[in-house]
Write a protein that binds this ligand. Structure first.
Ligand SMILES: NC(=O)c1ccc[n+]([C@@H]2O[C@H](COP(=O)([O-])OP(=O)(O)OC[C@H]3O[C@@H](n4cnc5c(N)ncnc54)[C@H](OP(=O)(O)O)[C@@H]3O)[C@@H](O)[C@H]2O)c1
Length: 288
């Protein structure tokens, strides 16, 4: 049986949907059963466990052969994800798929603690004795959900990314599509790291797509990193998150998210990655 940890999140729910479409009935390990019902449907197979609760996690994982893991941002990512891996090993799981960070930023000496954590988890997984696959997506198109209120009420998108820096986004539905196929065929995918993204674009072009799909003009405003940092601090964002988002903006400015890597989606999912237009169309209600 396949278990999905983080099933109620952006990527996890996409993986569950794809697994179901491929005829699987994955076990969704969730901390909030009401949210699970709402986002995964009343018929989803669920087990309740906080990822920090080792006994609950081991109980939930009993009988599972493989695990797909994606958890949110946070300063405890490494500790939590290594704990999940150890729980999986203890219960006899054989194959483990981890959603990591982007290719150019997951490094031992990365500026962001989130990226350093992904690196530590990747290293741990590769030495764990489990069969593994690592998925390293590009920037999420779904990051624009955070500027949805601004697009809705002020018809503008403000981010700390220069308007013409090439960026390769990915729709999390593609990560789900790739992850589901990888989960079903460990023989083919074990021991591999997939770096993947959609087609190259820029934030200015992405904003034009918003204008086109929404039928009204949305302006792109590139803030400086200093302006963005001051704005985040004025909204009382936690220090670790401000530091992470500043590191992401700096990395983007130096081209860390500019490499187009469409091949894994093309070859394993068997179609082109979803476009920014398809993303805005699918989520129009959120921005309109
Ligand atoms: N944003 C980007 O551009 C980008 C690019 C590449 C990689 N990534 C990586 O992708 C990951 C985020 O993916 P996402 O957006 O799909 O995540 P997400 O939507 O934040 O989902 C996180 C999932 O983990 C669950 N979770 C968190 N803490 C938990 C706990 N203590 N016990 C049980 N469940 C817990 C959440 O449950 P609830 O639903 O109950 O909260 C949710 O299901 C991060 O590792 C990030 O570094 C992000």
């Amino acid at each position: 049986m396949i278990a999905v940890i983080g099933a109620t999140g952006n990527t996890g729910r996409a993986a569950v949907k794809e697994l179901k479409a491929l005829g699987e009935n994955p076990l969704c390990i969730v901390r909030n059963p009401d949210k699970a019902k709402e986002v995964l449907g009343a018929d989803a197979k669920t087990a309740v466990a906080e990822i920090t609760d080792r006994p609950a996690l081991e109980k939930a994982l009993k009988g599972c052969d493989s695990v797909f893991m994606v958890t949110g941002h946070g300063p405890q990512v490494a500790e939590q994800q290594i704990g999940i891996m150890e729980a999986a090993k203890a219960t006899g799981v054989g194959y483990f798929v981890k959603v990591s960070g982007g290719k150019a930023v997951v490094k031992a000496d990365a500026e962001s603690a989130v990226f350093r954590s992904h690196y530590a988890v990747e290293q741990h997984l590769m030495k764990s004795g489990l069969k593994w696959t690592i998925l390293r997506p590009g920037l999420f198109m779904q990051n624009t959900f955070t500027v949805a209120p601004m697009i809705k009420s002020d018809s503008k998108m403000v981010t700390p990314f220069p308007k013409d820096i090439p960026l390769c986004f990915i729709d999390v539905r593609d990560t789900g599509a790739l992850g589901a196929r990888v989960m079903r065929d460990p023989g083919k995918h074990a021991g591999k790291i997939y770096n993947f993204s959609g087609a190259k674009t820029t934030y200015e072009e992405f904003t034009k797509v918003f204008s086109q799909v929404l039928g009204r003009s949305i302006a792109y405003v590139a803030a400086t990193i200093e302006q963005a940092e001051a704005g985040m601090r004025s909204r009382n964002m936690p220090d670790w998150l401000v530091a992470h988002l500043v590191a992401v903006a700096r990395a983007a400015a130096s081209g860390a998210f500019s490499e187009e890597m469409t091949q894994p989606i093309q070859e394993i999912v068997g179609r082109a990655p979803l476009t920014t237009k398809q993303f805005v169309e699918a989520n129009k209600a959120m921005f309109a």
